[in-house]
Design a protein around this ligand. Structure first.
Ligand SMILES: [Zn+2]
Length: 411
């Protein structure tokens, strides 16, 4: 099967090449901002109605202006501005699509120098021993060997992180169809306290180093704000923050990669909850820790690794309550608060750890394991003592089972 994959190398440019990289990123930024301004102008001329132009149309327009006004653009590969126009188009269309579908997608913003400097190239790209060959710039040494590189190159994105340059090559790779993984099914509960709890009892904490670095990050960010705007000291302080940020990102990525690989390689079926992270991030108390945790990134990694290694990923509907349901008898504990780490089921008396219970529930929902139905005489309505009827929905779908709780009370 054909899959898309990325190979990312750190570049080791010489002074001339460094200048060329900066120039390319500058032209890409200029083209993006020009295209966005052009789109905003069209929108205003059209009295507030969205009027779409295409990246191709804009490219023709920019090319005609290039000769007289922007002749300095000729010193870089023509792909850099072209791809920037495409990026702008995508961001603009995403915004309007989001509005139509009721999603909260921000309006594209103008790019600033020094923030996310990057450009994308297509066309004649090659990987050589210990180097990549980019159009107009030529061969740039990579800090890592390129022996493991394989596949057909689709595009190259060059980006700057703090004071280092990276080249990410998008390639199409032919992968042999994997044999199905032999291993028990597993349910995963992602949490804030413990990053992941598996239904087989395994627990994975976020790296401690990450927490330490996050604290340092807050400290350094405060230092930046104390420095005078536009001063050299502020630039220096900003560089320190950017370096630390890069290190935090790397530690987190490393942790997520190792965990997702080991889970995907050792379990036949992997069940996970649909997190709707976007909605949860709006809750301010949880926001910081959730966006730090990288649940969304973990889900994304798990999805492609499961297909690579031959295991099956099953996503459970986000409304299937998991923490509050007893994994043994199906009783729902509505009084369970977020702070309660353990609870005792009133119906069957099982002592539950919140996260362990949730992971077993996710596994049960994902694999469709039937749960013993509680005997109606054993349970009663809190108000009048009349028996309650509980059952699993008959309309259960494999992907999004819903637990129905019906109360039959005559009072
Ligand atoms: Zn129970």
């Amino acid at each position: 099967m054909k899959t898309n994959q990325a190979f990312r190398y750190e570049l080791d440019p010489n002074n001339v090449q460094h200048g060329a990289l900066v120039q390319h990123a500058g032209v890409a930024r200029f083209a993006y901002n020009w295209a966005l301004a052009d789109r905003i102008e069209r929108f205003e001329q059209n009295e507030g109605k969205a009027k779409f132009t295409s990246a191709i149309e804009q490219h023709k327009l920019l090319n005609s202006l290039k000769v007289a006004q922007f002749s300095w653009m000729y010193s870089v590969s023509k792909c850099a501005p072209q791809e920037a126009l495409r990026d702008c188009e995508r961001a603009y269309r995403n915004f309007w699509r989001g509005r139509k579908q009721g999603q909260d997608i921000g309006f594209p913003t103008f790019k600033k120098k020094g923030q996310h400097d990057s450009f994308r190239l297509t066309g004649s790209l090659h990987v050589k021993e210990h180097g990549v060959v980019l159009p107009r710039i030529g061969r740039i040494r990579t800090k890592e060997g390129t022996e493991k590189f394989r596949g057909r190159i689709l595009s190259a994105t060059v980006s700057r992180e703090a004071d280092r340059w990276f080249c990410s090559l998008a390639v199409e790779v032919e992968r042999a169809k994997p044999l199905a993984v032999v291993g028990e099914a597993v349910g995963i509960d992602l949490g804030i306290k413990t990053f992941a709890v598996l239904s087989n009892g395994e627990r994975f904490e976020s790296p401690k180093l990450l927490k330490r670095k996050m604290k340092k990050f807050q400290l350094l960010s405060r230092q930046v704000s104390r420095k005078k705007k536009g001063s050299k000291n502020r630039t220096k302080a900003n560089l320190h923050v950017a370096r630390l940020n890069r290190s935090i990102r790397n530690i987190r990525k490393d942790f997520l990669h190792k965990l997702s690989t080991s889970v995907a390689k050792s379990h036949g079926i992997v069940c996970i909850e649909d997190l709707a992270e976007r909605n949860m991030v709006r809750n301010h108390h949880l926001a910081q820790s959730i966006s730090d945790a990288g649940w969304g990134e973990f889900r994304r990694m798990l999805a492609y690794k499961c297909s690579w290694y031959g295991s099956e990923l099953r996503v459970i509907g986000r409304f299937a309550a998991s923490s509050k349901t007893c994994s043994v008898c199906g009783e729902v504990n509505y009084s369970l608060a977020l702070a309660d780490r353990t609870w005792v089921c009133e119906n069957c008396g099982t002592l539950h750890d919140r996260d362990d219970n949730a992971s077993v529930n996710i596994l049960n929902l994902g694999t469709g394991s039937h749960r013993p139905e509680p005997h109606p005489s054993k349970i009663g309505c809190n108000a009048c003592g009349d028996p309650l009827t509980k059952r699993w929905s008959q309309k259960q779908e494999a992907s999004s089972p819903v637990f129905l709780h019906e109360v039959v009370c005559n009072e």
